[in-house]
Design a protein around this ligand. Structure first.
Ligand code: PMP
Length: 419
């Protein structure tokens, strides 16, 4: 893009920061709207890549956060017991785990999604005494060495020189157009002692690949995967960092398939306020950690516990889940019309709940749409191995008039960019 504000030159060339090339300097945000320093505003269909499911500066979380800071509530506490941590754990148990009959232990592995994944991989290897982990084509699990090793994107691995160490790549659901009998070939390799395939400790999967291009796994496929893992005593890790906390409708994205993973990774929207926080959940009997074996200075950030506890109030009834379905259907209808209008350009839509995507035969169309949307007042990002999918991910709490406005802006951006 041209005419980048001077801050881009400063950040990129002098301090080696990296900016998304939306050519403005953002300053404030409320609900589903983001403002720049000159007061220009955008409807936010990016939502911090899933970290802002409840919108920006949501007053239901902001009020208790401000009150906590005002009374000098402890901010940094590592793994000390605090009231804020206790309140989160009790509320999480009451609102999320108990109603779903889930008996998970809750670990705070560090501030980010990648930390949740690292803890999950380490735990699976320690529990089973095996090394290999199966990951999927186009998967994204994070940027540290372990998480990167199961990330099915060679561009992201190549710069860091990370091969799929101790990892076995497997095609994701529908990767081969549904032509292969799903897990048959993999199961034969597991059972054939001469195949050379080391039995893996775990399989790590996203129910919907967010960074990988909004690839939705079918419920039957996920059930098949869970059964295969059970038959072979392999742990199933669901990385719900992006799709959890209601993005697909229910609190956990795997609920729709009726599976119960052995280990679950959460981050992004778990704090409810865009604050760094991550959680690794695992079946009680998998707790083989020795004290201090997986630690980190910024796990257990108390302001995040405060907002996370308040955010769980959204899940005390199922109203938000219904909103997600209704708004998701509305986006699906608009995308359906665009797919019809641009059938000649190979337009296709994907997605579920409030994570939707639109793609065209020409992979560059997605970037053009994102740039056109920005000009019109809408933030949308791209995803997929070639950035070929425009990703629509508004906050789950988006108001009806903002959703309508965002979709009108999106439609006009597609009409201007698709050719
Ligand atoms: N897993 C998934 C599925 C993700 O989408 C992401 C972030 N895009 C991560 C892990 C890594 O999370 P973080 O960037 O917070 O480390």
């Amino acid at each position: 893009m041209t005419d980048l504000p001077p801050v881009f030159t400063t950040l990129e060339s002098e301090v080696r920061g990296y900016c998304r090339t939306w050519p403005t300097v953002f300053d404030q945000a409320r609900g589903s709207r983001v403002y720049d320093a000159d007061g220009r505003s955008w409807v936010d269909f990016f939502a911090g890549a899933g970290a802002l499911n409840y919108g920006h500066n949501n007053p239901r979380m902001k009020r208790p956060l401000l009150a906590y800071l005002e009374r000098d509530g402890l901010t940094h506490a590592l793994d000390m017991a605090t009231q804020a941590k206790q309140a989160f754990l009790e509320t999480f148990d009451e609102v999320v785990l108990k109603p779903r009959a889930l008996d998970y232990k809750v670990q705070f592995p560090g501030p980010t999604g990648t930390n949740a994944v690292e803890a999950a991989l380490k735990l699976a290897r320690k529990v089973t005494g095996r090394e290999a982990v199966v990951g999927f084509t186009n998967a994204f699990h994070g940027m540290t060495l372990g998480a990167l090793a199961v990330t099915g994107n060679s561009m992201k691995r190549a710069g860091a020189g990370i091969p799929l160490v101790h990892a076995t790549p497997m095609p994701y659901d529908n990767y081969l157009g549904g032509r292969t009998p799903d897990f048959l070939w993999f199961e034969s390799l597991l059972e054939d002692s001469g195949s050379g395939l080391n039995k893996p400790a775990a399989v790590i999967v996203e129910t919907v690949q967010g960074e990988g291009g909004i690839n939705v796994a079918r419920a039957e496929w996920l059930r098949g995967l869970a059964e295969l893992c059970k038959r072979h005593d392999i742990l199933l890790i669901v990385d719900d960092v992006q799709m959890g906390c209601g993005r697909t409708g229910p609190f956990f994205s795997f609920e729709a398939a009726g599976i119960t993973p052995d280990i679950v990774c959460l981050s992004k929207s778990i704090s409810g306020y865009g604050l760094p926080m991550a959680v690794t959940l695992f079946r009680r009997e998998l707790d083989v950690w020795s004290p201090g074996e997986h630690n980190g200075t910024f796990r257990g950030y108390n302001p995040a516990f405060v907002t996370a506890t308040a955010a769980l109030d959204y899940w005390r009834d199922d109203a938000l889940e219904k909103d997600v379905f209704a708004s998701g259907e509305q986006i699906g209808r608009v995308l359906g019309d665009l797919v019809d209008e641009f059938a000649g350009l190979g337009a296709e839509q994907r997605g579920v709940g409030l994570v939707r995507g639109l793609t065209f035969e020409d992979p560059d169309t997605a970037d053009r749409i994102s740039a056109e949307a920005f000009r019109r007042g809408l933030l949308v990002e791209t995803s997929g191995p070639r950035g070929e999918v425009v990703k629509l991910m508004p906050p789950l709490t988006i108001a009806q008039d903002e959703l309508d406005e965002g979709l009108d802006l999106f439609t006009s951006a597609v009409r201007a960019a698709a050719r």
